[in-house]
Design a protein. Structure first.
Length: 114
């Protein structure tokens, strides 16, 4: 009987929540460090200057553009031709619908068929 009680006590200790633990951190056992103070006695937030941020921004843009798989010139021209053809078809459809609506409106108003 006491063996069962021991197992219950061990499992309750194992299942207790961890207080002040960072589960995903490698340095969870290290004490928290205080932020360093600068010359004027204020916290040093290690802020990066504006110029450095702009430079890093453009470096990031160039880095991402190098990762893009650009299409060949032949593929671009083929897709351009396809787009022009589809736009032309839709222009003709819309022109036909507009002409039909205009003709019906003239008929309803009483202007007759011209």
């Amino acid at each position: 009987m006491s063996k069962n009680i021991k197992n219950v006590e061990e499992s309750s200790v194992i299942n207790q929540p961890l207080n002040n633990a960072e589960l995903g951190s490698d340095n969870a056992n290290l004490p928290a460090t205080q932020p360093k103070k600068g010359k004027n006695g204020k916290k040093n937030d290690n802020k990066v200057g504006f110029g450095t941020r702009v430079k890093n921004f453009f470096k990031g843009i160039v880095s991402e553009l190098k990762k893009v798989s650009w299409p060949t010139a032949g593929k671009v021209f083929a897709q351009f031709g396809t787009v022009c053809f589809v736009v032309l078809i839709f222009v003709l459809i819309i022109m036909g619908f507009d002409s039909l609506c205009s003709w019906l409106l003239k008929l309803l108003v009483g202007g007759g068929v011209a």
